[in-house]
Structures are given as structure tokens and as C-alpha cells.
Design a protein around this ligand. Sequence first.
Ligand SMILES: [Zn+2]
Ligand SMILES: [Zn+2]
Length: 93
Amino acid sequence: MNCPYCDFAGSRRELHAHLTDEHSEECRTSESWAGRHYELACPRCDFTIRRQIKPRLQDPKFLEDYAREIRLVAFDMFLYHLEAEHEQEEAGA
Ligand SMILES: [Zn+2]
Ligand SMILES: [Zn+2]
């Protein structure tokens, strides 16, 4: 699979690690009256993953401490989207 942000290519597992390590800033977390959310927008279409972060921890450091785990989950969902929507584009390109 190819990275949608740069020219990295690798297996799904390698791309997952690559996205989490190199493109973590693409996954944004926000906090508002509606709760904590993370957002990840696909650079190839207008699809956006937006999920509420489980409010199981009220610790203000939650977002920092769990940033990596949140990103692992977010990029995993993003990979499903890439596979479902953009793999065929790559194969045909
Ligand atoms: Zn990349
Ligand atoms: Zn997309």
C-alpha cells in the first residue's frame, strides 16, 4: 500500500506504523462542550473520520497520554477506508 501523504510504500502493517510515527499530526484531537474527539481527514477525498474519545478518563493529561493509542485506532480505520475506496485507484494508476 502507498502512503497518501508521501511516497512511502509497504505492507498494511508497515504503513500503519509509518502513519502513526510520521504523520501523527494528521490526526487531530479536539476538546469542546461536546466532548473530546479525534479527526482524520482523507487527503484523497472528502471522507473524514470523526469519533468521540471515550470519556472514561477525566484526567486532563488524557489526550497526551493516550495520543498514540488514539492514533493507532484512527489510522487503522483510515487504512480500511484506503483499502475500500482508494486501493483500486492505485492498482489502475
Ligand atoms: Zn508517509
Ligand atoms: Zn478517501
